[in-house]
Write a protein that binds this ligand. Structure first.
Ligand SMILES: [Fe+2]
Length: 401
């Protein structure tokens, strides 16, 4: 296999580009917290001429995505300087977006996509209690029409688009090659058969997010939660590791663990679709955004994420041509895979990928939404613990919030 080309973005100094103040990573926490110990994958080893090195890499990935569903990815082709430029642009967005653009580009989750600007007042178009989370999300139509992008970002769209292109078509494609090899399938199996294509993000999306510190009353109302526990609905999520520790993952021992900071690394997690395609051999791990350790409570958390989505019209089932699945069968006890298995065993069709995405987005709630989050609506109390209850076509699933 030819070595992968590194990221080569358009220049930051082209005529007409305003000065962008450099993003300075905030200090890491000094607190002792429950931190997850995740495997770190060196993606450049996929280009090795030594088959033993590549085999070892595939084995390492196999264990990480089965046991944790989360891993760090390093040496994937983007330098720390290039990455910090993208963070600087994201920071520039939140310092410069106009009130007019916030209104004009306001998101509408009822449509089944997050496209556009999310105000810091919950996950509905109409403002609810303040949650301090702003986002801008690029979907296919937003890449195609500059008028769907905040005006202050227009001079930088060449850099943002190339970055999203590189993440999808180089980093994610190589990652899917590794995952295809774990399933003992041809290198491009997942890329050709499951990953959606077209535009820099296919049917997925790219996000700039800013989590501002929240007021004490908000923190109390949400019990420290910034985003509920959930699994991602797509194939893979590529999230850049940041110094502010807020992301937590649900361990096999049923405890939440913070994901530690690894400068320049990507935090990768598996979405529902890949869990199903892999017959449960890959795990879509629950995760949430929680308040950071006490010494970071007053810091802003800037976040860049790429959500890769599958082809919307497909109804996912395990890749039965996988020798791994043929030999070892499916692992049925896990989250969404089990949920879909229940449907098929009742003779019902599983939702298409697009339907599944739309359900997740349009029913999303935020922790400060007191009306939607009251126990008895989409939450239930089990053994004194509040659990999230989700229902699809008559199948009830209960998961921790
Ligand atoms: Fe997520």
């Amino acid at each position: 296999m030819a070595p992968s080309a590194p990221f080569n973005p358009p220049s930051a100094n082209l005529p007409g580009k305003p000065f962008v103040p450099t993003w300075v990573p905030p200090p890491v926490t000094q607190q002792k917290e429950n931190f997850a110990e995740l495997s770190s994958i060196d993606l450049s080893l996929l280009d090795s001429d030594d088959p033993a090195v590549v085999d070892k890499l595939v084995q390492q990935v196999k264990v990480a995505i089965r046991d944790d569903g989360f891993l760090f990815l390093e040496n994937y082709g983007v330098s720390l300087e290039q990455l910090h430029r993208q963070f600087s642009i994201a920071q520039y967005l939140y310092h410069n977006i106009s009130e007019e653009d916030k209104q004009r580009l306001l998101f509408d989750p009822e449509t089944g996509v997050w496209s556009g600007y999310k105000h810091p007042y919950g996950f509905k178009r109409n403002r609810g209690p303040e949650d301090g989370i702003e986002q801008f999300n690029w979907y296919k139509p937003d890449w195609q029409d500059i008028n769907r992008v905040p005006t202050c970002l227009h001079p930088f769209m060449d850099e943002i688009e190339e970055f999203a292109n590189y993440l999808t078509k180089s980093v994610n494609r190589r990652l899917l090659t590794l995952f295809s090899r774990v399933l003992e399938l041809p290198d491009d199996y997942l890329w050709n058969n499951v990953q959606s294509h077209g535009s820099p993000t296919g049917e997925g999306y790219f996000r700039h997010a800013l989590f501002r510190p929240v007021q004490k009353k908000t923190q109390e109302a949400s019990k420290g939660l910034r985003m509920h526990g959930h699994t991602d609905f797509g194939l893979t999520t590529l999230l850049f590791s940041v110094p502010i520790s807020c992301l937590q993952i649900w361990g096999r021992d049923e405890q939440w663990y913070y994901v530690p900071y690894k400068p320049g690394a990507l935090v990768i997690n598996i979405g529902d679709t890949l869990e199903i395609v892999s017959g449960g051999h890959f795990k879509a791990t629950r995760h949430r955004v929680y308040k950071p350790p006490v010494d970071q409570l007053n810091e802003e958390r800037l976040s860049l994420v790429l959500f890769n989505s599958s082809v919307g019209d497909l109804r996912m089932g395990p890749a039965s041509e996988s020798p791994l699945i043929q030999r070892e069968g499916c692992i049925e006890e896990q989250g969404v895979y089990k949920e879909f298995k229940n449907l098929t065993s009742q003779g019902k069709l599983v939702p298409t990928n697009k339907q599944w995405r739309e359900i997740q987005i349009s029913t999303a709630t935020d922790p400060t939404d007191q009306v939607r989050n009251r126990v008895g609506a989409d939450q239930v109390l089990i053994d004194g613990k509040v659990m999230h209850q989700r229902e699809y076509m008559g199948v009830k699933v209960v998961l921790p919030v």
